[in-house]
Design a binder for this molecule. Structure first.
Ligand code: GLN
Length: 483
């Protein structure tokens, strides 16, 4: 059953080939047997999952099932889940049992989705390798000495190793797409505002967005339809109707204009990544797409702008974790200041502290104009570059990540080289656009990713292009040995 895609599982449930309880047991059993090698889950909610599965089967028997009813999914541990520990990969929230569900979780639950558990992640979603988690690193099923990417590395590893048919993730600068690339799965970051951020623990509020992590684009379309939509509890959520992401999947690509980003293709691009990108471009051409070289003249500023904006917002968002209302509190504080200092010192890991310090500095009086305001201006320039490019093309293509999965520990002492993992993905968040990563041909036996970027709210088109590529190629069907 674990070889099947979400779409196939949905059809199998509808045909009565197996029940949701059988399906859920199968995946819980795989998690128990195999996750010791990966560490992709922080919490496995077996009992609750089986109860949800039973309810889903009853709903189906009553003739009230939808396409996602009875499908098991894992949630990144950044989404609040009622009655279940929601740690965000941090010691700070190790003891936090959420009193409510995030909107994304609530919607999927209402559709009948079964939650298998909560997946490991970089602490507060800060990282590109899943090594900053309080719960230890996640391993890449393609090579367990290597990282799965981050920050949604647990979700990526679980889907790649077939421990879950699909998972949710979040992407602030690349955290859905880069781990999808490094583990050989499909990951979609929707337009900012498409999925509600309510109940999704905030890292950088103007950039964070939830999305599906699946094996195929068709599955991403199915899951996005269950996650997305307006939510009055999130003031940045977009009040516009959802597209039907499934109906346009098969549209032919004849005449599609695909922009290839000149700036991404020239600067010392890794030869294996270049070849993988070219192979997907060739497939697009074969299907009648027209490839146009485009320029994003300010895109080289995106990592620098992001590492001002994201830490600034994180320093503000994380100020609520003070050891008073919830989360970690130090033992025997001497006074209030000692309580704050020690609770935060003990609760946060090194990378989170680094971000809080950078962000507090960038927002402080005297530096605010020089850093934060400047970064916001650069952000506008980058968004304008994309707007100009989309006058010429329908979608934009690039590699997802600059290299294949690296070894655990290889970059831990060099934060800047870690930050450069997102060199192709970060601009998309700064501009609020949707982006998808799909598997491209492997390089050196390890997965690579191909990124497609769309106009605002043009997820349907990205899914269509990705699906058409996957219909004609088999890069997305490869599975890691031993799982
Ligand atoms: N790797 C980037 C960072 O560390 C992006 C993380 C993310 O998208 N959540 O900030």
């Amino acid at each position: 059953m674990h070889e099947k895609t979400l779409a196939e599982l949905s059809a199998g449930l509808a045909a009565g080939d197996f029940s949701s309880v059988e399906l859920t047991r199968h995946f819980l059993d795989r998690i128990e047997r195999l996750d010791g090698r990966l560490n992709s889950f922080i919490s496995v909610t077996a009992e609750q999952a089986l109860a949800q599965a039973e309810a889903a089967d009853a709903r189906r028997a009553a003739g009230e099932a939808g396409p996602l009813t009875g499908i098991p999914v894992a949630h990144k541990d950044i989404f609040c889940t009622r009655g279940v520990r929601t740690s965000c990969g941090s010691r700070m929230l190790d003891n936090f049992i959420s009193p409510y569900d995030a909107t994304v979780v609530e919607r999927l639950d209402a559709a009948g989705v079964v939650m298998l558990g909560k997946t490991n992640m970089d602490e507060f979603a800060m990282g590109s390798s899943n090594e900053t988690s309080y719960y230890g690193p996640v391993r890449n099923p393609w090579d367990t000495e290597c990282v799965p990417g981050g920050s949604s590395g647990g979700s990526a590893a679980a889907v790649a190793a077939r421990l879950a048919p699909a998972a949710t993730g979040t992407d602030t600068g690349g955290s859905i797409r880069q781990p999808a690339a490094l583990t050989g799965i499909t990951g979609l970051k929707p337009t900012y505002g498409r999925c509600s951020r309510y109940g999704m623990i905030a890292f950088a509020s103007s950039l964070d967005q939830a999305g599906p992590m699946t094996r195929t684009a068709e599955d991403a379309a199915l899951l996005l339809g269950g996650m997305a939509g307006f939510d009055e509890r999130d003031s940045t959520s977009a009040d516009r109707p959802l597209d039907d992401y499934l109906s346009g999947l098969d549209a032919p690509l004849q005449g599609l204009r695909v922009g290839l980003v000149r700036e991404f293709m020239e600067n010392d691009l890794d030869p294996g990544i270049a070849a993988a990108t070219q192979a997907v471009i060739d497939e697009l051409k074969r299907q009648g797409a027209e490839i146009v070289e485009i320029s994003l003249p300010n895109v080289h500023l995106s990592v620098s702008a992001y590492y001002v904006v994201a830490p600034a917002e994180c320093s503000s968002n994380l100020s609520r974790f003070d050891g008073v209302r919830y989360g970690h509190r130090c033992e025997d504080p001497r006074d209030l200041e000692d309580l704050y200092k020690r609770s935060r010192s003990e609760g946060f890991g090194a990378e989170v502290k680094r971000r809080i310090m950078i962000g507090t500095y960038a927002l402080s009086a005297g530096f605010y104009d020089a850093y934060y305001i400047k970064a916001q201006k650069v952000r506008q320039l980058i968004a304008a570059d994309f707007r100009a490019a989309f006058e010429q093309v329908d979608v934009i293509a690039s590699p997802t990540a600059p290299e294949t999965a690296f070894r655990i520990g290889q970059k831990t002492d060099d934060p800047v080289s870690m930050y450069l993992q997102d060199i192709y993905t970060i601009a998309v968040n700064l501009a609020g656009l949707p982006g998808i990563s799909i598997p491209a041909p492997q390089s050196g036996g390890m997965p690579t990713g191909f990124q497609l970027i769309g106009r605002l709210f043009d997820e349907a088109r990205l899914l269509n292009v990705a699906h058409r590529i996957q219909q004609e190629t088999d890069w997305h069907t490869l599975a890691p040995e031993g799982f």
